[in-house]
Design a protein around this ligand. Structure first.
Ligand code: GUN
Length: 290
């Protein structure tokens, strides 16, 4: 069984980006720049944003982190986005989700200039993705495609099952896997909380992307021998024996899945690292012009 190692695949993507930024630097050019906005102090969001900023540094990108209080008025956040939209030195804008309840997520996403929308969440970019046009692919599905590419996983003609229909992962993932691209051309089934016979659907899958956010949801008896398993789950589960008081758990029962799968992404060390690789590639794309 092959472990799809996010550290290795992400390092390959980052090495190429670093070469590109070094070439730009040698030519005296401005570096690509990512602006991240973090509202409030959700522990997981803090960690993700810090990691995004650190990875920008490692690849020679510039970055700015704007922190707003959890009770900030929506208009203040929108004004910050408007300012960054106009800033010629800012290539990509990312507002970390989720946002506090009093802020309308769709309004915030739609306020971002689609040419700076490195998350690929703006309806214009989602529409472009659906139509197979050049766009920003949301970072996690993009990272998964890059992972499949790195390990030469054949997808053409395969049955893929995506569990979860979020705008961030499940829905764009299902669109990509069904698209006429190198890591696409699958027959895709998208499953959600109302899906009947989920186990049977999964047993027909050559590729399963588990993105529902329920630890250990996908068990060995749901996996066809030889299937490729992509685990998107990153739930914090309390564990008093762990240094931080919690452990990160995937949506897949890893030990059971290992007895069936031909390839699997670990958690941590799998898809999470590829998400950042996808984001950095989008930021470079924004810099170069969509
Ligand atoms: N929250 C969870 N995943 C993501 C992501 O890919 N982008 C943003 N902005 N927020 C997230």
């Amino acid at each position: 069984m092959l472990v799809l190692d996010g550290k290795i695949a992400a390092a390959a993507v980052k090495a190429t980006l670093l070469e590109q930024t070094q070439t730009l630097k040698a030519a005296g050019k401005r570096m690509p720049h990512l602006a991240a906005i973090l509202v409030g102090n959700n522990g997981a969001s803090e960690t993700y944003v810090a990691s995004k900023v650190k990875n920008c540094e490692e690849t020679g990108f510039g970055s700015s982190l704007y922190r707003l209080e959890a009770d900030v008025e929506e208009s203040v956040l929108l004004a910050k986005i408007a300012e960054l939209n106009k800033d010629p030195n800012c290539d990509g804008i990312l507002v970390q989700l989720p946002l506090p309840k009093h802020i309308k997520e769709s309004k915030v996403i739609e306020a971002i200039d689609p040419t700076k929308d490195v998350d690929g969440f703006h309806p214009v970019n989602v529409g472009r993705l659906v139509q197979g046009l050049n766009t920003f692919i949301p970072a996690t599905p993009y990272g998964i495609i890059l992972m499949l590419e790195h390990y030469n996983i054949e997808t053409k003609g395969k049955n893929a099952v995506v569990i979860g229909r979020s705008n961030i992962v499940g829905r764009p993932m299902s669109i990509l896997l069904s698209s006429n691209i190198a890591q696409g051309n699958c027959t895709v089934t998208i499953c959600h909380s109302h899906t009947k016979n989920l186990k049977e659907v999964c047993l027909g899958a050559d590729i399963i992307v588990a993105a529902l956010g329920v630890p250990n949801f996908l068990t060995g008896d749901m996996i066809k021998p030889g299937a490729v398993i992509i685990d998107v789950g990153i739930t914090r589960v309390e564990d008093t024996t762990a240094k931080k008081g919690f452990r990160i758990k995937g949506d897949v029962n890893y030990e059971e899945a290992c007895t069936k799968a031909s390839a699997i992404t670990p958690v941590p060390g799998g898809v999470g690292l590829m998400t950042i690789a996808g984001l950095l590639k989008n930021t470079m794309k924004a810099y170069q012009g969509l």
